[in-house]
Write a protein that binds this ligand. Structure first.
Ligand code: CMC
Length: 437
């Protein structure tokens, strides 16, 4: 088959360039051939916020935002969410195939045996004041693991990488649970290796004086499903950070901490906490129309609505809504659900939201379930970070093994001054020349 080519006529020089197309893209480096003089730098592409730039090739997750499709390694999210356990999905996301039962047992065993935290980490957590935000504690503690495992810096050794993957996936629930207990001033609970990933997490969160914690199986499964839905989401903001920091060959602990820092922002994973704050602010169903008008008038955003890629209903939000029904059968309904449903109904009929293709995203309903499960809103983003650690690590591995990847280093369009001479301080006058933004 003939190669697909894009012909570009440069009207500045009347030269034409044939740029080969690759999987629906032009290579930005090919643009550099387009120049008006041999010593010129050549064209660059300008794409703030990566609105239309593929930064990598990836075989992990597929999203069709217009059709509302999400697949992990080719498997539809609707199927894996119902039929797999979280650790089974983690294996799939990381290694590319569903595990055999032998592989799954060995994988679960490896993760289970890396759930303990070093006692130094407990002391490290003691340094945080009582009402510290759990996400800040989570980010710092994951980063601190780097000091305990210096061998992790050998990012090109496959076996070393695998060990850090076990450790990180094993330890993030323990760190999350410790940040929660720290906030309450309760003693930390050690992991229980007899329990599943999520049941053990619940044990570390909520065990008090009972000799053995018994997690409610419906709630443990609901948490498992929520974890599956959050496992990966291709090149989102935090994954881009993971790849970018990892491209400098930083170790996986500091790279995951950096990714988690990106996740904490209210436009990304921090949105789930903000949704609950918004529902609190609205207060009751009858106040929803006024709130929507307020947003349309330019005052803030509807948190949990909109997405860079999905211009259709987020498939994860659909599954979360179904999971909510199961959870509420056990916990009783969260009164915020009525406000959320009304908000969704009104927004989906409103021209402002319809025109902009703004639909509920994964964060819209997840907080309502988390709250019914007993989590305070400040824990919500930590609950997102636990499963997303899997996606970050899968993308990190893929990046390190991709021969085309190098240290991530974008270009810029310089808009500052041309050269000018230094002015000594006694010649700068007294009037302020700058305003600190
Ligand atoms: N409420 C009201 N208006 C909105 C919203 C919203 N939630 N989201 C986007 N818009 C408007 C926006 O003002 C803009 O309008 P106009 O064209 O008149 O200027 C238009 O829709 C396009 O929005 P954008 O900001 O250019 O879109 P983006 O792709 O840059 O942003 C987003 C995507 C998710 C950051 C944004 O929709 C948002 O801030 N949503 C609320 C926060 C949120 O729920 N974040 C979680 C995202 S999903 C999970 C995750 O990634 O962690």
């Amino acid at each position: 088959m003939e190669k697909e080519v894009l012909s570009i006529l440069d009207r500045r020089t009347n030269a034409t360039y044939d740029l080969p197309l690759y999987k629906g893209t032009v290579r930005a480096m090919d643009l550099r051939r387009i120049k008006t003089a041999p010593d010129e730098f050549g064209l660059m592409s300008y794409d703030p916020a990566f609105m239309n730039t593929a930064s990598c090739q990836s075989a992990v997750t597929f999203i069709d935002g217009d059709k509302g499709i999400l697949r992990y390694r080719g498997y539809p999210i609707e199927q894996v969410a119902v039929q797999c356990s979280f650790l089974e999905v983690a294996y799939l996301v990381l290694f590319g195939e569903l595990p055999t039962s032998l592989e799954l047992n060995s994988w679960v065993d490896s993760i289970t045996h890396h759930t303990m935290l070093h006692e130094y980490i407990k002391k490290f957590l003691e340094g945080f004041r009582l009402r510290s935000h759990p996400m800040g504690m989570f980010i710092s503690t994951v980063s601190a693991l780097s000091t305990l495992y210096p061998e992790a810096r050998d990012v090109h050794d496959a076996e070393t990488r695998k060990l850090q993957i076990y450790r990180l996936i094993g330890k993030v629930p323990t760190i999350a649970a410790y940040t929660y207990r720290h906030g309450l001033g309760f003693p930390y609970v050690y992991p229980d290796n007899d329990l599943s990933y999520t049941a053990n997490f619940m044990n570390m969160l909520w065990k008090m004086v009972e000799p053995k914690y018994g997690a409610n199986p419906v709630l443990a499964r609901a948490l498992d499903i929520l974890f599956i839905l959050h496992a990966d989401h291709e090149q989102n903001c935090s994954t881009n950070v993971m790849r970018s920091v990892g491209s400098a060959q930083a170790d996986p602990y500091v790279s995951v901490a950096a990714a988690a820092a990106a996740l904490s922002g209210p436009l990304h994973g921090g949105a789930n906490e903000q949704v609950l704050n918004m529902l609190d602010e609205i207060g009751s169903k009858d106040r929803v129309p006024a709130y929507v008008e307020h947003v349309k008038a330019g005052h803030g955003k509807l948190m949990g609505f909109g997405h860079r890629v999905y211009k259709n209903y987020d498939p994860r939000a659909k599954i979360i809504k179904q999971t909510a029904d199961e959870v509420f059968k056990v916990t009783g309904t969260n009164p915020k659900l009525d406000i959320a449903l009304e908000l969704e109904r009104i927004a989906l009929e409103d021209e402002y939201f319809v025109k902009r293709k703004l639909y509920p995203n994964v964060d819209f309903y997840s907080g309502i379930i988390y709250q019914a499960l007993g989590f305070p809103p400040e824990m919500f983003t930590v609950l997102f970070a636990i499963p997303r650690t899997v996606g970050w690590l899968a993308q990190w591995q893929e990046m390190l093994q991709d021969p085309e990847q190098k240290i991530a280093r974008p270009r810029q369009i310089y808009t500052g001054y041309g050269p000018r001479d230094f002015v000594p301080i006694d010649k700068r006058g007294t009037k302020a020349t700058t305003s600190v933004a």
